[in-house]
Design a protein around this ligand. Sequence first.
Ligand code: FES
Length: 229
Amino acid sequence: MKIKILRQAMPDSQPYWQEFRYERKENQTVAGMLEELNYKDDLTDISGHPARRIQWECSCLQGMCGACAMVINNRPALACETFLRDSGDGTVTLEPLRKFPTVCDLVVDRGIIQENLKKVSAYIGEYREADPKEYEHMYAAGKCLKCGLCLEVCPNYDGGRTFFGAAFANDCYLIASRSGSMEASVREAYGEHFAKGCSKALSCVDVCPMKIPTLASIAKMNRGQGGKK
Ligand code: FES
């Protein structure tokens, strides 16, 4: 197979494409392939030129942490959950998520997701027992990995300057459901930084690796549901 990777040595250096040859193995994932390439002491590109190791992030390697999010064949996805066998013409293209600053190669800085929560003081304050009718959806919304795939595909996400995206909407719902003291301020932040900017493209729902029903979180927030027991 041909593996084509958009590389960047430093945050402010020029990106460039580099190609590698890889012999595909049965049931190998993109993450497994990257690990294998990096094990080589003498990694070379497709032309035989020495190449530095490919920088990428992972932790769980089982779709549970979100660290390995990247753009695979033009679609945002988790590298540990994407199989090479699904790449039609035998070429795999890897790029870093484009909506976040690149740190190096396939590693991006997703700190803005947490920074925006801090900016609007979105956290659990005085704890309140949630309405049991909400438990099932709270469990689903709580699965968010903060991987950033939903922000990558969102046509409205502006780098987190004013519109904070689907991950934020799910967190707002969870906080409004559980925190008596924070409910009013979180609903206000949701209105300002999510409801005002969302055009309901819902590509966030399509791409979410945890299959979070974000539309239900949005509907519940818009109806003022979730907080009252
Ligand atoms: S390494 Fe954790 S989701 Fe891929």
